[in-house]
Design a protein around this ligand. Structure first.
Ligand code: 13P
Length: 253
């Protein structure tokens, strides 16, 4: 059966020393409290912190992800980080298509498709994000929007490649706003995503696909959201910046 995962997206937060301290504290809490080994734990710190954090945590227990990667393999692309560089710094996964990257850095489905392919070629796991804006939900277009994001960026993958993906549903209106989707809204979209994956890739791949919910998940609402049958954990922003909160959320998965 599919894996439960809780992933923390630190975004552009923490200095190097703060980030290392946060990672060490998460590591300590997870070890001390013997969190269920079935639950996968991922943290996505700023890239400058990754190699050092990788040395100080138990990286069999906590995986490091990057928040983005270049859509090119290597070469003269000043300021970019390739999937192979991320891998060499200890990353095992890469968040692709976060709504902030789509909105502020004009990442299109076409670019995201390239990124997903490069990440897979480098034997890293893409955490592919999708989600609608508030206006789109108000017009009842949210299913169509999410379907298009998925079809355009990841439905050309082979079955083998697709089975390595994690999908994160993050409604844009719930990110950093304190307004979370209700557990029912999350379940409804997750079930929809699993259904379209089943139609394309078959029941086994759909049943094994981990689909995370993201958007204002906190220790107080994680339990209810994670209890839904198609919600397999969360992609956590703000609450992942406090070790204690993040640990409490992991416990609910
Ligand atoms: P918040 O948990 O701060 O709403 O952020 C969610 C998110 O964007 C995770 O990628």
């Amino acid at each position: 059966m599919r894996k439960k995962i809780v992933a923390g997206n630190w975004k552009m937060n923490t200095s190097l020393s703060e980030g290392v301290a946060l990672a060490c504290e998460i590591d300590r809490l997870v070890k001390k409290n013997k969190i269920n080994h079935e639950t996968g734990i991922i943290i996505a710190p700023p890239m400058t912190h990754t190699a050092l954090i990788n040395m100080v945590i138990d990286n069999d227990r906590i995986c490091i992800a990057a928040q983005n990667c270049a859509c090119k393999e290597e070469g003269a692309f000043t300021g970019e980080l390739s999937a192979s560089i991320l891998k060499s710094a200890g990353c095992k996964a890469v968040i692709i298509g976060h709504s902030e990257r789509r909105a502020y850095y004009s990442e299109t489905d076409e670019i995201l498709k390239k990124k997903v392919n490069i990440v897979l070629t480098n034997k890293l796991r893409p955490i592919f994000c999708c989600g609608e804006q508030l206006e789109e939900r108000k017009k009842n277009n949210h299913f169509e929007i999410v379907k298009n994001q998925i079809v355009n960026a990841i439905f050309d993958l082979s079955k083998n490649d697709f089975s390595k993906l994690i999908i994160a549903y993050e409604p844009v209106w719930a990110i950093g706003t304190g307004v979370t989707a209700t557990a029912e809204q999350a379940q409804e979209m997750h079930a929809f995503i699993r259904k379209i994956v089943e139609n394309k890739y078959g029941k086994i791949i759909a049943n094994n696909l981990t689909i995370l919910y993201g958007g204002s998940v906190k220790p107080t609402n994680a339990k209810e959201i994670f209890a839904k049958p198609d919600v397999d954990g969360g992609l956590i922003g703000g609450a992942a910046l406090k070790a204690d909160n993040f640990y409490k959320i992991i416990r609910e998965a």
